[in-house]
Design a protein around this ligand. Sequence first.
Ligand SMILES: [Zn+2]
Length: 195
Amino acid sequence: MRHKGPLKQFDEFDAWSFSRSGERIRSDEVKFDFPRLAGDESISASHVENWEISGRINAKSESVIRFQGRFSAEFSCVVCGSGVQHVIDFDRHLVLVTSESQADVYDEETLDEQTDVVACPGAINLRDWLEDEILLACPMFPKHDACSDVAGRSWRDSESDEDTDDHQDDTAGDTKQEVQRPFANLGDLLKGSKK
Ligand SMILES: [Zn+2]
């Protein structure tokens, strides 16, 4: 029977008293599983390196829960379709209000980029909430910088293999010289002006 397991306290978590007492929970103290992250079709592999959840009362006497941490995940690149690894740092501050209607009327202009308002009428599942934050931090359009690198590498490889590129190389060389000449002159001008 696991109904009194050590994680049970986080199933019906009181975020309000947690923030009032300025508490903190970290991944080196509590082990959570993230089944939705693991089961997400668009994420082929993931690893949550660390996380920390802390509570506080802000200057406006509001309850705030902060989620921060780091995870890595592999997505499919929206450009080339192959796997792209991302290491993602997340850091979000959530101002608690007691109802959706209160959240709706909250003046979000007063909040910075990392801060949001969330309705928290009662107890919440803290593990679920953390997983929400992790999923929210995933890039909407994952793509790698390596896309162009991969293309560039294959272009260079084929260039050295194919004789037909020789003529293009000469042309490219000429263009380079023409570009370099005014640049060199500019260098002389700068030298001259310094002396
Ligand atoms: Zn790509």
